[in-house]
Ligand binder design. Structure first.
Ligand SMILES: Cc1ncc(C[n+]2csc(CCOP(=O)(O)OP(=O)(O)O)c2C)c(N)n1
Ligand SMILES: [Mg+2]
Length: 524
């Protein structure tokens, strides 16, 4: 019975366009899923951790435009997958996570490895239900995949229960459309503005070219969120840099008389106070939610066409190149925090200069991302992947593996702190086994620097934020990867000049002393 249901699952996933199932199997039904996936023409990629597998699958899904699939065993496997589900959901990566469970009829008798997995996953998924052997099983799989991909994308969890009876059917909610008078009021407000600034969020990723074309008509400086980086390509005269919910973008926003929020997802802004006293017109598909950004008029509808109607014939009224000038100024302010030693800014600059134009970059949570993000020359969206909504450590390496599989033959660079790498260290073996062209660059300071710079007296000493030094190059070599230690910018630059066609790790021993001023310059 289990095998028949596994076949329905595998074929449903395959027919949806998925190519790979990621995971760590337990015995029994999981193995049926792996076997049925193979028979359906899907590849199975074994990971060392369920959360890492979920992140690989979510990334694969995001980059291929179809939900990725991960499997985990019941009990410990399910519990280990929760951060991967949370990452997919809060970062809007489409993921189908399927777990074994204690079968329905045995639930009263078995306590071993049993807890309510649907309840565990409810808060970290869009929907959590069960897949039972029934004539509706194919519909459940199809609906689950469609729901994972529907805006805002995220994780959908299925408890795989071949002997269960109750059928759960996930349903997509329809998106709202604003009435014409709301569109007209927004258009009027924008038309009356002399100097608008646009903040573009992650909803724009799917329709970047159309959104950019409308914003080019408006001619205003454009900031993007971390996840929307690349919607306005590097070098574009309107590209004004990142909206970080911090201080660095304040210079340009302070000069505007209206903010046009485009496709901003409520998960994107950091929980810091909004610093500006100008009206905000928001255009999005899902409500951007005015809790952090005080929205004056919210217009809901398909993003590009609704934006087109709101912008109408408005023009920005800025001198040409205002955005690019703002970006250059912001970068100069951030660069000035460099110490001249081999620090995060110097390393990030060396990586950005050397990475091939076709490369996909991933970056982890930690102080190092503040040195990477503002300088990364993204020419299209989804060229730099970051966990911003969940902002979890341990994302960059699994995401790099997912990206390497989703974009075969193109280089990937994974920029990660020593803390985040250590959380996912075993996946270096996965990388070596798969022989993907991923360069892992470790911003190695033997510390949780982002936390250390925030630490005050009475909040623990170094024992709360410092590790003993680890030779990550030696660890990587032991796992079968080419690796090296670098201690100067020149060494990093020399190594990064080539070698993008194979997996490797560069353990960069950096001086972290510029992080404190860099964080102040970014966030205020
Ligand atoms: C899973 C997880 N645990 C804890 C945190 C909180 N946190 C954010 S950044 C950070 C330090 C990261 O250290 P490292 O990876 O070495 O990067 P660095 O800040 O040193 O550049 C911590 C503990 C988090 N975001 N995610
Ligand atoms: Mg560190």
């Amino acid at each position: 019975m289990s095998r028949a249901l596994a076949k329905v699952l595998a074929e449903g996933v395959r027919d949806h366009g998925a190519e790979i199932v990621f995971g760590m199997p337990g015995g029994g039904p999981n193995l049926d899923m792996v076997g049925a996936a193979g028979e359906a023409g899907l590849r199975f990629v074994l990971a060392h951790g369920e959360t890492a597998a979920a992140m690989m699958a979510g990334t694969f899904g995001l980059l291929t435009g179809r939900p990725g699939m991960a499997i985990a065993t019941r009990g410990p496997g399910a519990a280990c997958a929760t951060n991967g589900a949370a990452q997919a959901t809060l970062d809007r990566f489409p993921l189908l996570l399927v777990t074994d469970c204690v079968p329905g009829p045995d639930r009263e008798r078995f306590a071993h490895q049993r807890f309510d997995q649907r309840q565990l996953f409810s808060p970290v998924t869009k929907w959590s239900g069960r897949l039972v052997d029934s004539p509706r099983a194919g519909d459940v799989v199809r609906n689950a995949l469609a729901l994972a991909a529907a805006r805002p994308a995220g994780a959908v969890h299925l408890d795989y229960d071949p002997r269960g009876r109750e059928i759960d059917l996930p349903v997509r909610a329809a998106l709202d459309h604003s009435d014409i008078d709301v569109v007209e009021r927004a258009a009027e407000l924008l038309h009356g503005a002399a100097h608008p600034v646009a903040i573009v969020g992650m909803e724009a990723i799917d329709c970047a070219a159309q959104v950019l074309a409308v914003l080019e008509r408006l001619g205003c400086p454009v900031l993007t969120t971390y996840q929307a980086l690349g919607v306005v390509p590097e070098g574009h005269p309107q590209q004004a840099g990142l909206y970080t919910s911090g201080a660095i973008e304040a210079a340009i926003i302070n000069e505007c008389d209206l903010v046009l929020a485009v496709g901003l997802d409520q998960v994107e802004p950091m929980p810091s106070p909004w610093r500006f006293d100008v009206p905000v017109v928001s255009v999005s598909e899902v409500s951007a939610c005015a809790t952090l950004v005080p929205i004056s008029i919210e217009v809901l509808g398909p993003l590009a066409s609704t934006l087109d109607r709101v912008v109408g014939t408005s023009t920005g009224g800025w001198p040409d190149g205002t955005g690019a000038a703002a970006l250059a100024k912001a970068r100069a302010v951030l660069s000035a925090t460099g110490t001249g030693n081999f620090g995060p800014l110097e390393l990030a600059a060396a990586v950005a200069a050397a990475a091939p134009a076709t490369a996909t970059a991933t970056v982890d949570a930690g102080a190092h991302f503040l040195a990477v993000m503002p300088f990364w020359p993204a020419s299209t969206p989804l060229r730099l992947l970051i966990s911003n909504g969940l902002a979890t450590m341990g994302f960059a390496l699994p995401a790099a593996i997912g990206a390497g599989l989703a974009r075969p033959g193109t280089p990937v660079v994974c920029m990660v702190g020593d803390g985040g790498l250590a959380m996912t260290l075993a996946e270096l073996e996965t990388l070596a086994r798969l022989q993907l062209p991923v360069t892992v660059v470790v911003f190695d300071d033997a510390a949780l620097s982002l936390i250390e710079v925030k630490q005050r007296a009475g909040q623990g000493g170094p024992e709360a934020v410092r590790f003993a030094p680890v030779d990550y190059a030696a660890v990587a070599a032991a796992m079968g990867l080419e690796s090296a230690v670098v201690t100067t910018t020149a060494e990093a630059t020399a190594l990064l000049a080539g070698g993008w066609d194979r997996p490797r790790l560069i353990d960069a021993r950096i001086d972290p002393s510029s992080y404190a001023p860099l964080i102040v310059a970014t966030r205020g």
